[in-house]
Design a protein around this ligand. Sequence first.
Ligand SMILES: [Zn+2]
Length: 380
Amino acid sequence: MTGRERYLNALQGKPVDRICVGSPTSLATYEEMRRLGIEWPDAHYEAAPIALLAERSYTDHGYDSIMPYFSIILGAAALGAEIEWGEDPWEFDKGTGKIISGPRMPAVSPPNPWTTPDEIVIPDDFLERRETKAVIDSIRILRERHPDAAVIGKVMGPWTLSYHMFGPQEFLINVILDPDYVHACLDRLMPASIEFANAQIEAGADAICLADHSTGDLVRAETYRDYLMPVHQKITPQINSPVILHCCGKTLDRMQYIKDAGFEAFHFATENDPHEAKAVVGDFNLVGNVSNFVTLLSGRPEDVAFEVEDIVSAGIDIIAPECAVPPQVTNENLMAVPAAARGEFQGDPSITDPRNMAHEYRVEVAKQSAAASSGPALSL
Ligand SMILES: [Zn+2]
């Protein structure tokens, strides 16, 4: 079975020959940028370097998939937002030569481009703009070069586009002050997500990751249900491939709604115990949820492997890091994910105390929130 067949089967709940491993979010790292002589920001808006950087997950790291959209702001950029592209210099440890930091993830610069939903205009040339075109063209390159890989496209949903175009605070406060404003933003931005997704599918993408960050720390489950779920229910049938929702943070309380929104799968984060997630929505495909900041960034390959084995034992359908990996993550740790998922990981035999750092993190957070509890909830 090819990676592409395996990924599509996993998304459709059909049998697979071995567990599927592949991320619907970025696996781009500084180590690969240095190796390839490629760097951000070029590899955000030029198709050739995007394709070279993205394909490493499939050609060298053991994943079944390739995903060529490394940030979250390309849709906003094509809608006219000013971008701070994060052109920071490389910094190396003088002793070891190890990369300390490099070009940052880009972000939308203030001021917010729009203040009311009446200002929303999706430009006629939205798919021809530098940032959208680069992603579409990179998918065309990858499809041709890797017919057996699952090529995953990505778009931001209207909730995240609203954060970028109106500012997160300005947008979220209207959940309370002016619900019509929020509904109008979502309705009018929805076509941007659908058009960009379908252009990526036409270029060769097998599935689309829709990232829409109604995260547990900012937005209540009922807000997702009342505002965003109906919009997602309109979006999913209009995208011509399987759609995976990505949302960071605590989401156990809304996984059933996400399933009801018509997605084929949900890419979920470390804040959620994978066993509990499967208990909540056992018959829904889940993708995840290897910890980025706790394990991939700070753990040993043996710790990564130990956590992956737990995620596999929970019955998670597609194994992947929880979100776009921090670019400082080493290849060694990235490669431990597919190796451990397939039972092929060979660690250092002298390490006999691997830790499930994600589990430890969840236990610690639960303890702290119990100690600090009983104040009013802050999420809207
Ligand atoms: Zn995320």
